[in-house]
Design a protein. Structure first.
Length: 257
DNA sequence: AGAAATGTTCGGCA
DNA sequence: GTGCCGAACATTTC
């Protein structure tokens, strides 16, 4: 599920529920998503509470009352469930609150990551995470993009340039902006880059506002039409699929130039 | 049965 | 240093 809008929705869904409550214990499985030992995890969480939940790109940072952070990345299939009673399927980490509810980090494919870090800024630097796509200012966006030599789609997905955009939303932004995914960034003038910036903000905000319900997205969106030969929702073209950097890229050759 | 799926990282090569 | 490619990670779903 998770690109920026989905991770933001997870944050909204659980931040009010998982914060301010004493953590009575945790349980976890043996998958290699964990970048921290079970004992360290337990030591930092048990007896403490989460103060707040912050998102940067596709990462969530749970501020722990001892000053550290529980950092979650969701890979391709990560989710969060706040529950009571029966544990959700594919739970990898479960945080138990003493009032009775639990928070589960679930992941089918186990491609996510779980960390405990002391300093959020250091972590962001180490991971070379660029500014968040919903917070980056236009100036900063233009400067960063103008230094790139690659193609538009790859640049949008580059987490060190701008963080939060993945395969689906990079396609969506370029589709809405009418720019070919294979177009070199260098060939886009300031004006076109400015349009990409505006479109990026609009698309991501719309996705968050629609609560990730893809059926609720405007009809002219590419999401929901990600199939070869599908009718374009903007012009009379047909959707094409081509592999880019090992990922499948959907676009409309008719109106994306 | 085989392929595809919303991500990251690393080694290798130009 | 930058960009691009393929592979690896792991599992379910179509």
């Amino acid at each position: 599920m998770p690109e920026l809008p989905e991770v933001e929705l997870l944050r909204k869904k659980i931040s009010g529920k998982a914060t301010g409550k004493k953590i009575s214990g945790i349980s976890r499985d043996k998958s290699r998503i964990f970048q921290v030992s079970e004992s360290t995890l337990r030591r930092h969480l048990t007896g403490n509470k989460f103060d707040s939940v912050y998102r940067r790109g596709k990462y969530l940072f749970f501020q722990i009352s001892n000053g550290y952070f529980l950092v979650l990345h969701f890979g391709m299939t990560g989710e969060l469930e706040y529950f009571k009673g029966k544990e959700p399927e594919f739970s990898r980490l479960v945080v138990c609150f003493s009032e009775g509810h639990k928070l589960a980090y679930t992941s089918i494919r186990k491609l996510g990551k779980v960390y405990i870090v002391k300093d959020r800024g250091n972590f962001i630097n180490e991971k070379k995470l660029g500014p968040d796509a919903l917070r980056i200012k236009k100036r900063e966006f233009l400067t960063r993009m103008e230094g790139k030599r690659g193609i538009a789609k790859t640049a949008l997905m580059d987490q060190s340039l701008v963080s939060g955009i993945g395969n689906v939303y990079s396609d969506e932004i370029l589709y809405q902006a009418g720019i070919s995914p294979f177009r070199k960034i260098k060939s886009l003038g300031r004006k076109r880059l400015g349009e990409v910036y505006k479109t990026m903000k609009r698309v991501l905000k719309t996705a968050v506002r629609k609560n990730g319900e893809r059926k609720e997205f405007p009809l002219r969106y590419l999401i929901g039409r990600r199939r070869e030969g599908e009718k374009c929702g903007i012009c009379s073209g047909k959707i094409k699929n081509r592999e880019v950097g090992g990922r499948s890229c959907y676009y409309c050759p008719e109106h994306q130039k």
